[in-house]
Design a protein around this ligand. Structure first.
Ligand code: HXC
Length: 514
């Protein structure tokens, strides 16, 4: 009995050592933690229950003559974050570079099944050389099993990927299917093929970080939703994100206590938003003024900055904000903004998060490049996502909403539940300058002073065709409101539609234009 206990303790110690002191030291030198260190610093203290600590390869041949290591390069288990259950896997780069073999893959698949069955978020800490070369097709099979589970759990439980080291080849597709991807600057990379293969095939030369580092994916590719300076910051970011999310699709998001009065007036909005329709301002200031305690968690901050999306609370209730950003490209809708918006809207809809849309956009971005890259197909995603969403949808036109962008941005016609506008808003087929040039081409050409005629006609257009009172008169808006009452009116609407239920057609699924 004593012997058995002793040997269990020894074996356990052995298992916890992972790839051994030298490799752990190497990991630390790179500014990276080990799998267990990461779990310890991330989860609530003492909450982690490991599953599969003694999992090991059956055959020696796959370990390439090296000693087999308990755990097979991944630590899996259950724990809590802020008291709420989560399931987690953390790849251990000190064991065969965290590569994914048969047992490694089975452990991840098992934890994914548990998360799915128990309705709790799945969090993956990725730090891996990819498919374990020695295990051939078995390692590819392991990835396939993981991908399948990612897809099955999509829209059922939140899935979060944290990239803390290399993530190469087909391995990137599991994170790409998950809802949110986090990267750490300098120590993590994602790419399908590395610099050497690229050089061979296309003769292009590039280093690892310029190819697939956090900066690239946060700003250029849009693959990553959040970028952190280091591992400490990334875990704080994930905790913050989780505070907005329900654990699964059958329950509402958590409601928080707030000291911020729902009836708080927002007179500052009159100053923040300039009267001139084409004068830029920062929509973040509008968001800060509307939401509880000015707290806003922006998603994909560095990508398609002309559209701002993210989470906040209003009277304690979680909302997803979608807002044009007049400070960047005048707040136009383009390909990247459409992709970003559509994906965010669909996430919110999957997890019962009401949508608050702030509209101030001159429309879709004109241009040959946009047309040839498929703005038609991408813009359609936004329409699809808004129309399909059955969560409460509250929309406010702050200043301008022209053309297709008016319809797309949560309009009444896509079944917005409460649609507001401020008194100076302009809603029309196009802006006054363009419209007047088309309607009065001859008059302007013949005019002695075309400038002042253009100004007068533009004003007439604003009053007669673009006034929000026309839209309200036709029932396309529910109310015209003062900027100062915006917070309170949105909160009232959120309460009104809290228990909204919409029957959906009996179909397998729609066919979003991907
Ligand atoms: C087996 C691997 C491995 C792999 C790394 N190791 N990757 N073992 N299979 N895929 C092992 C190394 O042999 C080494 O073992 C240890 O992990 C650490 O690796 P190093 O190379 O010393 O580390 P480093 O210099 O930091 O470089 C990390 C790396 C590099 C950039 C990830 O190891 C690398 O390029 N690995 C291969 C990446 C790759 O091409 N993977 C396949 C992608 S295709 P020892 O014993 O010396 O410590 C793919 C298909 C997936 O993943 C398909 C899904 C559909």
């Amino acid at each position: 009995m004593v012997d058995n206990n002793t040997s269990l303790s020894e074996l356990r110690k052995d298992a916890l050592r992972g790839g051994g002191d030298v490799r752990i030291q190497k990991q630390h030198q790179k500014g990276k933690g080990t799998a267990r260190e990461r779990i310890d610093s991330f989860l609530d203290t003492g909450s982690f229950q490991e599953i599969g600590v003694f999992a090991i390869q059956m055959q020696d041949q796959v370990s390439n003559g090296k000693p087999r290591i308990y755990g097979d390069g991944v630590v899996t288990g259950k724990g809590t974050i802020d008291g709420r259950p989560i399931y987690i896997f953390a790849q251990d780069f000190t064991v065969m570079g965290g590569s994914v073999g048969n047992i490694h893959g089975k452990k991840i698949a098992n934890i994914m099944d548990l998360a799915y069955q128990n309705g709790a978020p799945l969090i993956g800490l990725n730090d891996s050389g990819g498919a374990r070369i020695q295990e051939g097709v078995n390692s590819l099979a392991a990835y396939g099993e993981i991908f399948f589970r990612n897809v099955r759990a999509s829209g059922v439980i939140p899935q979060i990927s944290i990239i803390l080291g290399p993530c190469a080849g087909g391995a990137v597709y599991s994170p790409a299917i998950t809802d949110f991807v986090f990267m750490v600057d300098g120590t993590s990379q994602m790419f399908i093929t590395g610099p050497e293969v690229i050089k061979e095939v296309t003769q292009e030369e590039i280093d690892l970080n310029s190819l697939g580092g956090a900066d690239v994916h946060h700003s250029a590719s849009g693959v990553v939703h959040f970028k952190a300076r280091d591992e400490k910051e990334v875990f704080e970011q994930v905790r913050s994100l989780l505070s907005y999310l329900p654990s699964n699709n059958l329950i509402p998001p958590p409601v928080s206590e707030t000291l911020d009065e729902p009836a708080r007036l927002t007179p500052e909005l009159d100053q923040i938003v300039p009267g001139q329709a084409d004068e830029p301002y920062d929509i973040q200031q509008v968001i800060a003024s509307l939401v509880d305690e000015r707290e806003f968690l922006e998603v994909q901050e560095g990508y398609a900055r002309n559209l701002v999306v993210g989470f906040a609370r209003m009277d304690g209730q979680v909302v997803g904000l979608v807002a044009n950003q007049p400070d960047h490209l005048a707040g136009v809708l383009d390909i990247n903004a459409s992709d970003k918006g559509a994906r965010f809207i669909r996430f919110c809809d999957s997890f019962h998060i009401p949508l608050v849309t702030l509209v101030d956009t001159p429309g879709f971005l004109p241009g040959i490049e946009q047309e040839h890259e498929g703005i038609i197909r991408h813009g359609a995603k936004m329409i699809f996502a808004y129309a399909e969403a059955t969560v409460p949808k509250i929309t406010l036109v702050l200043r301008k909403a022209y053309g297709g962008a008016y319809i797309v941005m949560g309009s009444k016609h896509l079944k917005g539940d409460q649609n507001f506008a401020w008194p100076n808003a302009e809603i029309a087929v196009m802006g006054p300058q363009g419209a007047v040039k088309i309607l009065y081409r001859k008059e302007l050409a013949d005019a002695e002073d075309p400038g002042s005629l253009q100004a007068a006609l533009s004003q007439e257009y604003r009053d007669k065709l673009a006034s929000p009172f026309l839209a309200a008169g036709e029932g396309h808006l529910d109310d015209i409101i003062f900027p100062s009452e915006t917070r309170t009116r949105i909160i009232q609407a959120l309460h009104t539609f809290k228990d909204k239920r919409v029957p959906t057609p009996n179909r397998k699924h729609g066919n979003i234009p991907l």
